[in-house]
Write a protein that binds this ligand. Structure first.
Ligand code: ATP
Length: 278
């Protein structure tokens, strides 16, 4: 075990993100004329971990992409309803998509670092894309941010002596934590994670789960997972999605993780979390 979770983090060299509450109100989604989500209301509270669970195809990933304006990038896709970050509509004309995506970061199922770029530069690459890179003469500041982000992501001790090595030289689990560090470096208020451990072995999975626990105080986390044990281990609240033959994906039940797993109100939730379908 590394000291990552016990060593106090150095102060952030740039303004830290502040965990924000994300509220989805009556969200619907379509691909062409095929409606895949309907009437989704969900509050993802500041500084908490919310897990989105449900069988394949019920719209969890689509919902996640709506939360940071990525759904609209799919040709023919459309949506209805509202998404608010601390009360501000992320789809308002006054909020540019690039700003929404900076405040609401995303980590994908498959780790996607730039394979030939150094670990150091990978961490800073999101900032550069947002036009907020460190210019010449600010190498120390950049180094501090790289260290802080890698510590937050639980990767610092494993890479501190090889920051110049290419991102692609890391193991799959390390690459996923590098992607988390890259997402954290832009100081998001919310971090969306789409099945971040599905390609990882159990040890790497546990490491990423520890990372989620460690960052939850500095960023609101929303995670899609098919792993019920993982949802129980990492989340404070859960939302159970379901789609039926002639019914688009919707939330059947939401609540504290303890209630969803130990005292669900809906029989379908009970069946799903106990592995009886899906
Ligand atoms: N790019 C797309 N074009 C057309 N239909 C799509 C597209 N992406 C997803 N869909 C459809 O939208 C529905 C919801 O898919 P989505 O990936 O959001 O579900 P999911 O719950 O995340 O599934 P999984 O758990 O398997 O990842 C499905 O019927 C899927 O076929």
């Amino acid at each position: 075990m590394t000291d990552t979770l016990t060593t106090p983090l150095p102060p952030l060299p740039t303004s830290a993100g502040t965990p924000a509450t994300l509220s989805a109100r009556n969200v619907g989604a379509w691909f062409g004329d095929h409606q895949v989500l309907e009437g989704v209301d969900l509050e993802m509270k500041a500084g908490q971990v919310t897990a989105l669970i449900g069988p394949s195809g019920c719209g969890k990933s689509t919902f996640l992409r709506i939360l940071n304006r990525m759904h609209e990038l799919v040709p023919g896709a459309s949506l209805s309803g509202e998404v608010l970050i601390d009360g501000d509509d992320i789809y308002a004309p006054t909020m540019p998509p690039i700003e929404s995506r900076r405040r609401i970061g995303m980590v994908f199922q498959k780790a996607n670092p730039f394979p030939t770029m150094s670990i150091h530069d990978n961490v800073l690459s999101g900032l550069k894309l947002a036009g907020k890179g460190f210019g010449k003469g600010r190498a120390a500041e950049a180094g501090d941010l790289v260290e802080h982000s890698l510590r937050s992501a639980g990767l610092w001790d494993e890479v501190r002596n090889r920051l110049g090595a290419p991102g692609g030289s890391l193991s799959g689990g390390q690459q996923q934590r590098l992607c988390i560090a890259r997402a954290l470096a832009v100081s998001p208020d919310v971090l969306l994670m789409d099945e971040p451990c599905s390609a990882l072995d159990p040890t790497s999975t546990r490491r990423v789960e520890e990372t989620i626990a460690a960052i939850a105080h500095e960023v609101t986390v929303v995670i899609v997972t098919h792993n019920m044990q993982q949802a129980q281990r990492v989340s404070d609240r859960c939302a159970f999605f379901l789609a039926a033959e002639n019914q688009p994906g919707h939330i059947v039940e939401q609540g504290s993780t303890a209630d969803i797993f130990e005292n669900p109100r809906d029989e379908r939730t009970s069946d799903y979390v106990n592995g009886r379908f899906g």
